[in-house]
Design a protein around this ligand. Structure first.
Ligand code: NAP
Length: 313
C-alpha cells in the first residue's frame, strides 16, 4: 500500500510522513512533489493539492484531511467528486477546544479583565459576586468538538444550550436544532450570553452571524469564534461591540489569515485575537487515527468521519 503526504507546509509534511510510516509499517509513505511518478492508494493534506497531483494520483481510495474542517479540500475543482474525503475526529483537539472556550469565557465572567486593571492601579476593590446562572452558554455546532465544549461548560456549572442541524440528546444540555425551524434559532440566541461558534464552514453557515442574528443575543453578551472567520460578519460584530450590545469577543479564526495588520480586530479594546490555535492538530494521535481508518478500509469495513459532500461537512 502507498500513502502520499501532500501537506503545503514542508515541516508538517515530514512529520506526517514519519508518523504515518510508524503507524503503517507495511506501507510505502512518501511526500508529494511534481516530479513524483508513484501512484498512491491514500493521500493526506490540509488544502487540496494541485491539478498535477490529481492528474498523477488516479487510483486513490480515500483522501484524508489533516484537520477537522474540510472546506479547503472541498473547494478544489480538482478533487474528484467520487473520492471519499475523511476528516479528523477529535484526535487530541477536543480538550484543547474545551479549555480555550471555557478559559475565554471565565476570563470575562470571573471579571479577570477588570481585576487586571485594578491590579495595574493597585486598587483593592472587590466586585460583586458572580452567579454562573446569569451566564447561559450557547454552543453553535454540537459535533465532535462542540459536544466536548458543551460538556466542559456544563461540568463547571454553566447552563448550556446547543444548536445543530439535527436535534441531539445530551444529558444536561438543552438542544435546539435547525429542524425545529427559525424559531428554534431565535430561541437559542436569545437564551445565550456567551455564544461559541463551532460549526463547519458550509454554504449554509457562511455569514450566518450577521447584525440581525448577533443582535438577537441577550444584551451584554460575548462571542467566541473558533470555527471559521466566514461564519461571522466582521462589520456586524464591530458595530454591536461599539454600540455596547455585545460586551466582548474572543476570535481565533478570521476571513483572512494571518489577520492583516490594518484590521480593526487587532486594536479593538473588547476583542481578544489568537492566531488559529484553539485546537491544533496533534500529529501523532492523528496519524494513529488515520492508520486505524486505513486498516478498516483495507478490510472492507465502514469508517466514521467520511465527509458528506452534499451537506459540506
Ligand atoms: P463535526 O463533528 O462535523 O460537527 C459539526 C456540527 O455543526 C454538527 O453538530 C452539525 O450538526 C453542526 N452544523 C453543521 N451545519 C450546521 C448548520 N447549518 N446549522 C447548525 N449546525 C450545523 O465538526 P467538529 O469536528 O466538531 O468541528 C467543527 C469545526 O471546528 C470544523 O469544521 C472546523 O471548521 C472548526 N475547527 C477549528 C479549529 C481551530 O483551531 N480553530 C480546530 C478544529 C476544528 P449535526 O450534529 O446535526 O450534523
Amino acid at each position: 500500500m502507498r500513502f502520499v503526504v501532500a501537506h503545503h507546509n514542508p515541516v508538517s509534511c515530514e512529520r506526517w510522513r514519519n508518523a504515518l510510516a510508524r503507524e503503517l509499517p507495511d506501507a510505502e509513505v512518501f511526500i508529494w512533489n511534481d516530479g513524483e511518478t508513484r501512484e498512491a492508494d491514500y493521500a493526506i493534506a490540509w488544502a487540496a493539492p494541485s491539478a498535477a497531483f490529481f492528474a498523477r494520483q488516479k487510483r486513490l481510495k480515500a483522501f484524508f484531511s489533516t484537520g477537522a474542517g474540510v472546506e479547503k479540500l472541498l473547494a478544489s475543482s480538482f478533487m474528484p467528486a467520487e473520492l471519499p474525503v475523511v476528516r479528523l475526529e477529535d484526535a487530541g483537539m477536543g480538550n484543547q477546544m474545551a479549555t480555550y472556550c471555557v478559559g475565554a469565557a471565565l476570563q470575562w465572567i470571573r471579571q479577570g479583565e477588570e481585576y487586571a486593571e485594578h491590579q495595574r492601579a493597585k486598587a483593592w476593590q472587590p466586585l460583586p459576586r458572580v452567579d454562573l446562572a446569569d451566564w447561559p452558554i450557547g454552543v453553535f455546532g454540537l459535533g465532535v468538538l462542540g459536544q466536548q465544549v458543551a460538556h466542559a461548560f456544563a461540568a463547571v456549572g454553566f447552563t448550556v444550550n446547543g444548536y445543530s442541524r439535527s436535534p441531539h440528546s445530551m444529558p444536561g444540555i438543552r438542544s435546539f436544532a435547525e429542524s425545529g425551524g427559525e424559531g428554534d434559532f431565535d430561541a437559542f440566541l436569545s437564551a445565550t450570553r456567551v455564544l461559541v461558534i463551532l460549526a463547519p464552514l458550509t454554504p449554509q453557515t457562511l455569514d450566518r452571524f450577521d447584525r440581525d442574528e448577533l443582535g438577537n443575543l441577550a444584551p451584554r453578551s460575548y462571542v467566541i469564534n473558533v470555527a471559521r472567520g466566514e461564519l461571522l460578519v466582521d462589520e456586524a460584530l464591530l458595530a454591536l461591540l461599539d454600540s455596547g450590545h455585545l460586551a466582548g469577543a474572543a476570535l481565533d479564526v478570521f476571513r483572512q489569515e494571518p489577520l492583516p495588520p490594518e484590521h480593526r480586530f487587532w486594536m479593538h479594546p473588547k476583542i481578544r485575537v489568537t492566531p488559529h490555535i484553539s485546537a491544533i492538530t496533534v500529529i501523532e494521535p492523528s496519524a494513529r487515527q488515520v492508520a486505524q481508518k486505513v486498516r478498516s478500509l483495507e478490510r472492507g469495513e465502514a469508517i466514521s468521519g467520511v465527509v458528506e459532500r452534499k451537506r459540506g461537512y
